[in-house]
Ligand binder design. Structure first.
Ligand SMILES: Nc1ncnc2c1ncn2[C@@H]1O[C@H](COP(=O)(O)OP(=O)(O)OP(=O)(O)O)[C@@H](O)[C@H]1O
Ligand SMILES: [Mg+2]
Length: 403
């Protein structure tokens, strides 16, 4: 039986999954989930695009790799494909938790995992009465947040956001109120406000990959992707931050496994990228200026990586060749001496302050082809395909029958 992959547009991750499947000799079929009609009636279903009927194709697959970039579309896709008996990676229950930063944090907390102090206020900034009056809730929301977090700098986040978009740092009450005023319920923040203590991390954070194949215990990869820089408190790479491979101490990997299991629950197979920070406070054992200078030395080779990635023409024409060029550029970047120097600082910091690590998010559809694969040497396409293969012969209906 084959595996299906669904996505809106093939980005490098999806092209990478296809390439990896080819190399692994796995039959991977594409099934769209955008310009299609998903029809159901009392006893049957159909699944068609303008040009094709996908029903037979779908019936012949056992598992679906859900690579929809829209979180909402991913939920719909997971819910439909599970309903027709396919194993979806990640399963709907996992997607549902990962959709919300707050709901995943609650699961971490329930399982005794260290998290940033977080407060959720399920109230919108303003309400409209039936008579057209506006009721302002900004101040009460800000008060509730401040009292719960006992003052200090506060990080406000859209509950369902990604790529650091909409994440704001409020250093005082007035700014917090201003941020709350400016926010309306949206697709990425359906209700209320998620606020967190400002974690006193240093110049980096971590992305850790954990997976579970059917019949195996969950596994955490020994290396994480470190994202580093001094530009912003957010470490997202679109802000120009650099990336490093970071070896993880065994006890951190054990906690990461617990985190994955907290979200994966009783699902047979899943693949997750966890976001973690270290609340190191004042434990900056080398001078910031030293790290900044080392990062500066990496700018030309990191620019060369970005340059190689930007070659869209090559990417569309010959993805394998494009990938090789990007790989070479990353190798050059990693071979600069300053890379090892910064990596050593991060690894020493993680070792020193591993007990200060807080986990704050689980990502169900992580980017990996460019950074995680080239830097942390984890091609997430491999566990995705292996997990999908591991559930061969399994069907949700069988599970329901067993229950
Ligand atoms: N409470 C916090 N204190 C300090 N920094 C934070 C806090 N929460 C998030 N950050 C920083 O902001 C960045 C984005 O945070 P977060 O992962 O919650 O957002 P996101 O929109 O899900 O981003 P991504 O899609 O990259 O996961 C992270 O790199 C993290 O370092
Ligand atoms: Mg995140």
């Amino acid at each position: 039986m084959s595996i299906a992959i669904t996505y809106e547009y093939p980005e490098s991750d999806e092209l990478g999954i296809k390439l990896t499947a080819e190399e692994m000799g796995v039959d991977l079929v594409y099934v769209p989930f955008r310009k299609v009609s998903v029809f159901v009636n009392s006893h049957s279903f159909s699944f068609k695009s303008m040009a094709s009927d996908y029903r037979e194709k779908i019936e012949n697959v056992n598992a679906v790799l859900n690579r929809m970039q829209s979180k909402n579309r991913r939920l719909y896709a997971a819910s439909f494909f599970e309903a027709i008996g396919k194993y979806v990676l990640n399963p709907l229950s996992v997607e549902t938790l990962c959709f919300s930063k707050f709901r995943s944090l609650v699961e971490f907390w329930r399982n005794g995992i260290r998290i940033p102090e977080t407060v959720f206020v399920p109230c919108d900034s303003h309400d409209m009465t039936t008579s057209g009056l506006t009721i302002h809730n900004e101040r009460v929301i800000a008060d509730l947040i401040q009292k719960a977090l006992r003052g200090g700098s506060i990080v406000l986040k859209p509950d369902g956001g990604t790529h650091g978009i909409g994440i704001k740092l409020a250093k005082d009450m007035e700014t917090l109120i201003k941020f709350i005023e400016a926010s309306n319920p949206s697709i990425s923040n359906p209700v209320g406000f998620v606020a967190q203590e400002f974690v006193q991390k240093w110049f980096y954070d971590l992305r850790i990959i954990v997976i579970k194949e059917r019949g195996q215990t969950p596994y955490c990869y020994p290396k994480a992707l470190g994202r580093a820089g001094f530009k912003d408190f957010r470490m997202n790479t679109f802000l120009g931050n650099m990336v490093f491979d970071v070896s993880l101490p065994l006890d951190v990997r054990k906690i990461a496994v617990k985190c994955g299991a907290a979200v994966g629950k009783d699902s047979e197979a899943w693949v997750l990228a966890l976001d973690a920070m270290l609340n190191i406070g004042e434990d900056r054992f080398v001078d910031d200026e030293y790290v900044k200078a080392e990062l500066e030395k990496l700018v030309p080779s990191f620019e060369a990586v970005q340059e190689a990635k930007r070659d869209e023409r090559m990417k569309n024409k010959d993805f394998r060749r494009w990938s090789e060029r990007v790989e070479d550029a990353y190798q050059d970047y990693k071979s600069v001496e300053a890379y090892t120097h910064v990596k050593e600082v991060i690894e020493a910091s993680v070792k020193r302050d591993k007990n200060e690590m807080v986990f704050h998010e689980a990502n169900a559809c992580p980017d990996f082809w460019e950074q995680t694969r080239n830097i942390a040497e984890i091609n997430v396409a491999v566990p995705l395909i292996k997990c999908a293969k591991s559930v061969e012969g399994w069907s949700i209906y069988q599970r329901i029958k067993q229950c």
